[in-house]
Design a protein around this ligand. Structure first.
Ligand SMILES: NC(=O)C1=CN([C@@H]2O[C@H](COP(=O)(O)OP(=O)(O)OC[C@H]3O[C@@H](n4cnc5c(N)ncnc54)[C@H](OP(=O)(O)O)[C@@H]3O)[C@@H](O)[C@H]2O)C=CC1
Ligand SMILES: O=C(O)[C@@H]1CCC=N1
Length: 302
């Protein structure tokens, strides 16, 4: 660790390589939390829509990745998993030991990014889009060259936008699987489409609680089946459901849009959603709501 240069904790700058939906969610949440001012966040993109999305929160948008790396202390790689290798390899000459490097790419192992970068202190982070509303469920793991101080800095940064767990990298596939099944978005979508919300609030609120409980328990069981310790699985499941509900309530976006923001082409989320749809998941929830509403009506007629 002789050459490690500590990141200046009260003045560090964060740069996103990849100005997409995940980077925007983190940047929005970080600025809103107050842990970093927008003036200490930067990214790069050539398209006007993505530039405007970041500029509207006060983030500096450069024209290229080199400017982002040169002007940042913490670099967050937030491009699609399929392009991480190219991007890291291209930036390799300027990824000095002074920088703290973070990857949020699903399914990309630390040993690979470390090899592509040739050097550097890497931390792998699996966040989710409720970062934007301060309700993320984030899991981090430290690469072999990252220091305890590096881990604390990243835990604090992501802790400002949600809950953070540290876990062994071998659990990351299971974490990703558990966290990206946006179940409550479907639930609310169908409560709304059946006019069961908000008019019949007593019925839906009675139902929402046990449906939420069952959803959390089922997600946690899935996490355990995929290899997560029960405590971690339950913590992630409950925070994920809370995050999904907060996004629907706070963002003013259609739940289907929020789901689309999470599902990458050929990615993990769409694979999970495909399974849910094959099992008739939305129909099951709709039937449960309609059956409970019908029973409530029967009881009121007694
Ligand atoms: N969305 C989510 O819920 C989550 C995503 N992740 C991970 O975050 C990463 C990003 O995902 P997400 O934000 O959804 O994807 P997006 O497609 O929204 O964002 C990726 C961005 O990277 C840009 N990009 C592509 N190539 C380059 C390049 N060479 N240099 C700089 N930027 C480039 C894209 O540009 P362009 O706009 O031109 O395509 C796009 O803006 C992925 O690795 C994913 O696994 C992790 C957890 C949750
Ligand atoms: O769907 C995907 O694969 C990405 C990674 C995690 C969330 N979205």
């Amino acid at each position: 660790m002789a050459n490690v240069c500590p990141i200046p904790t009260d003045s560090y700058k964060v740069g996103f390589i990849g100005a997409g939906k995940m980077a925007e969610s983190i940047a929005r949440g970080v600025v809103k939390s107050g842990i970093l001012p927008a003036s200490r966040i930067r990214t790069a993109h050539s398209g006007s829509a993505r530039r405007t999305a970041f500029e509207s929160i006060g983030v500096t948008v450069f024209d290229n990745n080199t400017q982002v790396v040169e002007d940042s202390d913490v670099i967050i790689f937030s491009v699609k998993p399929q392009v991480v290798k190219n991007v890291v390899s291209q930036l390799k000459p300027i990824l000095s030991e002074k920088k703290l490097l973070v990857s949020v790419a699903a399914g990309v192992k630390l040993k690979d990014v470390q090899e592509w970068a040739g050097q550097g202190r890497f931390i792998r982070v699996m966040p989710n889009t409720p970062s934007a509303v301060g309700e993320a469920a984030t899991v981090i793991t430290l690469g072999e060259k990252a220091t305890t101080e590096d881990g604390e800095l990243i835990s604090q940064l992501f802790g400002a936008i949600g809950k953070v767990w540290k876990a062994d990298e071998k659990l990351f596939d299971a974490v990703t699987g558990l966290r990206h099944v946006p179940s409550l978005m479907f639930l609310k979508q169908h409560l709304l489409s059946h006019n069961l919300m908000p008019k019949s609030a007593p019925v839906t609120s009675c139902l929402l609680s046990p449906l939420g409980d069952l959803t959390i328990e089922a997600l946690a069981d899935g996490g355990v089946a995929a290899g997560l310790p029960r405590d971690l699985a339950l913590g992630l499941a409950s925070q994920t459901v809370l995050g999904a509900a907060s996004m629907v309530s706070c963002m003013g976006k259609h739940p289907g849009q929020l789901k689309d923001d999470v599902a990458s082409p050929g990615g993990t989320t769409i694979a999970g959603i495909h399974e849910l749809e094959k099992s008739g998941f939305r129909g099951i929830l709709m039937n449960a709501v309609v059956a409970a509403a019908k029973r409530s009506k029967e009881l009121s007629q007694n």
